[in-house]
Design a binder for this molecule. Structure first.
Ligand code: G3P
Ligand code: MG
Length: 239
């Protein structure tokens, strides 16, 4: 079962704190069938759901994630910044996220988002865990990254997993990059995309998905250009 047209971004980031179990739950409640979330490593090498390199924006902690052990990350509040109703929401481990996907019947695009200098290690740990513990009964995960070194490790360790290269603006040499990494999909920012570029990508047999798309009119344009899916903070507007 391929990813659907509408994928919840960081869970459903417009409705609940990004990259939290509450966000996955909320996405499912909105009727979303697949979510995207970001995974990186704690200092001591545990995969967690988190977007930024630093803790300040989305938690009550300080400093880089890469300098913080899992036990200390787990004491932080990753929900209160979004709203009082989410106070006490923790940073989830990848294990907990997989259990939540299973509980809610959600498919997932797992974005490998390494801290600086940790691409290979992050990809290795994440991909091994996806292989070992992906819930039976869910569609296979889609692995993606902006980081080409991470994608190369994923390709070598788990060639059976679908992979996507993420870019902001689509670079001129996208065919060579996708070929080298064995990626069947390109995930791009929608703002700089043109109909001509979208047509060239899809004509090459590459699946095109766009982020972050929060209006119905923009989603319809992108679908008309050949995009297979969009990532949305507000998936309920598009479903
Ligand atoms: O995976 C698509 C999108 O999430 C990439 O950008 O910064 O939201 O992780 P970002
Ligand atoms: Mg992401």
């Amino acid at each position: 079962m391929p990813p659907p047209r509408v994928i919840g971004h960081r869970g459903a980031a417009g409705h609940a704190p990004e990259n939290t179990l509450a966000g996955l739950r909320r996405a499912a409640a909105l009727g979303v069938r697949w979510v995207e979330f970001d995974v990186k490593l704690s200092r001591d090498g545990h995969p967690i759901l988190f977007h930024d390199q630093d803790l300040e924006r989305t938690t009550n902690g300080r400093g880089p994630v890469a300098a913080t052990d899992l036990a200390d990350l787990r004491r932080l509040d990753a929900g209160a910044w979004f709203g009082a109703a989410y106070r006490g929401e923790p940073i989830p481990t990848l294990d907990e996220a997989l259990a939540a996907l299973a509980a809610h019947g959600l498919g997932a695009n797992v974005e490998i988002k390494p801290c600086p200098g940790r691409a290979a290690e992050t990809a290795e740990i994440v991909v091994r865990q996806l292989r070992a513990a992906w819930p039976a009964g869910l569609p296979p995960p889609l692995v993606s990254s902006f980081d080409e070194a991470a994608l190369a490790v994923a390709r070598d360790l788990a060639p059976e997993l679908d992979r996507a290269l993420i870019v902001g603006a689509v670079p001129a040499d996208w065919p060579a990059r996708l070929e080298r990494l064995g990626c069947g999909a390109l995930h791009c920012g929608h703002r700089d995309l043109t109909a001509a570029t979208a047509a060239a990508v899809t004509a090459a047999g590459i699946t095109l998905r766009c982020f972050t798309v929060n209006t119905r009119t923009r989603a319809e344009t992108l679908f008309a250009w050949g995009a297979a899916s969009v990532f949305s903070d507000r998936p309920d507007r598009l479903l």
